[in-house]
Design a protein around this ligand. Structure first.
Ligand code: 13P
Length: 366
């Protein structure tokens, strides 16, 4: 039965598509700098010692990233911020948003309000934050954010992800995406199939296909304009504690196959999360995905948090005298991933301080 619908007006479609295309422009990707205070503290504990988790230290760390020289804009098209970071300023009073604009980088905002357990499930969850979302989107757009992120998490286990978790998370992502678009904000849609467990590559592939198929059905049901969206996807990998390791080429084949089966070609682009892979693995796997000789109708790039920042954090260690060295580390990984997004990264060619360090974080109980 046909349903009533209206496509967004042409000017809004044009605006959304321009933003989405800019985020995945050739050779560019996204920096996820939206770790909340507890997550940032844990990342620092993993990368260095003695980081005091104060608002000003968080500001100093983000200042370091956003004052990296203008060349960073050749590799990074957008930065995902937290509410706190969006309104912070550099030591000289320049708003962070202004620093990003000068580097031709689009500011974005994390809009989700965290996870809650789905009652009666095997520790599965959904993501909160819809109630006041339209108001928040309107304000963030005025304050300079042109795209957003909302993360849902699905976990592979005995009988999971369940059909309840798959449906609920697909629906909440679609509702978020439609509210963003109504306010001129490009939604990054992130249904992460988490890497925890000892499952094999095929199990991850099938779970990823099931989740993505449900997400795109829901986005269609909610009249989301796909050309004005970006998918933030997990790569298809064996579970982090699996005894069977897969080569970058196997990961590339499973990932591109899963995406081809489920993600419409109209989607502006796909930007992967790094999910605990080391900096070097994240670059090598992204490179293999781009070199995979199959159909790839979308740009395939990065939206990395840990894989862009671990070496930089370690180099900084909270000390002003290390800022320049930390910025060099950040630039190295940004350049490596820019090359990888074009299939031009030579494994091992860009050395960084923590290149081979994985940073899986023990999964939370929701
Ligand atoms: P990682 O690349 O560290 O997984 O972070 C990306 C992200 O934003 C997950 O929501």
């Amino acid at each position: 039965m046909p349903t009533n619908f209206n496509y967004p007006p042409p000017e809004l479609r044009k605006e959304l598509q321009q933003i989405a295309d800019a985020l995945v422009a050739p050779g560019k990707g996204i920096l996820a700098a939206d770790e909340g205070p507890p997550t940032l503290a844990a990342r620092f504990a993993n990368a260095t010692t003695g980081f005091e988790n104060t608002e000003d230290n968080r500001r100093r760390y983000r200042q370091l990233l956003f004052t990296t020289d203008l060349s960073i804009g050749d590799y990074v098209a957008g930065v995902i911020l937290t509410h706190e970071t969006l309104y912070q300023k550099a030591d000289d009073g320049t708003p962070f948003v202004e620093l990003l604009r000068k580097r031709n980088i689009i500011p974005g905002i994390n809009l989700d309000k965290g996870h809650v357990q789905l009652f009666g499930t095997e520790n599965e969850c959904t993501t909160q934050g819809l109630d006041d979302l339209a108001k928040r989107c309107e304000q963030y757009k005025k304050d300079g954010c042109h795209f957003a992120k909302w993360r849902c998490a699905l976990r592979i286990g005995r009988g999971t992800p369940s059909s309840l978790a798959v449906k609920e998370n697909a629906n909440v992502l679609a509702r978020y995406a439609s509210i963003c678009q109504a306010n001129g904000i490009v939604p990054i849609v992130e249904p992460e199939v988490e890497p925890y467990g000892d499952h094999d590559l095929e199990t991850c592939q099938k779970a990823t296909e099931t989740v993505l198929a449900a997400v795109y059905k829901a986005l269609n049901d909610h009249h989301v304009f796909l050309e004005g969206t970006v998918l933030k996807a997990n790569m298809v990998t064996p579970g982090e504690s699996s005894s069977k390791k897969s080569s970058p080429e196997e990961i590339a084949r499973a990932t591109v196959t899963a995406l081809n089966r489920t993600v419409p070609a109209a989607v502006a682009g796909i930007a992967f999360l790094s999910g605990g892979q080391s900096e070097e693995e994240s670059s090598v796997n992204l490179n293999a995905i781009n070199k995979f000789p199959g159909k790839k109708p979308w740009p395939l790039t990065f939206s990395y948090g840990r894989a862009l920042q671990t070496s930089a954090m370690r180099a900084w260690s909270g000390k002003s005298e290390n800022v320049a060295a930390a910025q060099e580390e950040f630039k190295k990984r940004a350049k490596a991933n820019s090359l990888a997004s074009q299939g031009k990264y030579v494994p091992g060619s860009i050395k960084s301080l923590a290149a081979s360090k994985t940073s899986f974080v023990f999964p939370p109980a929701y």
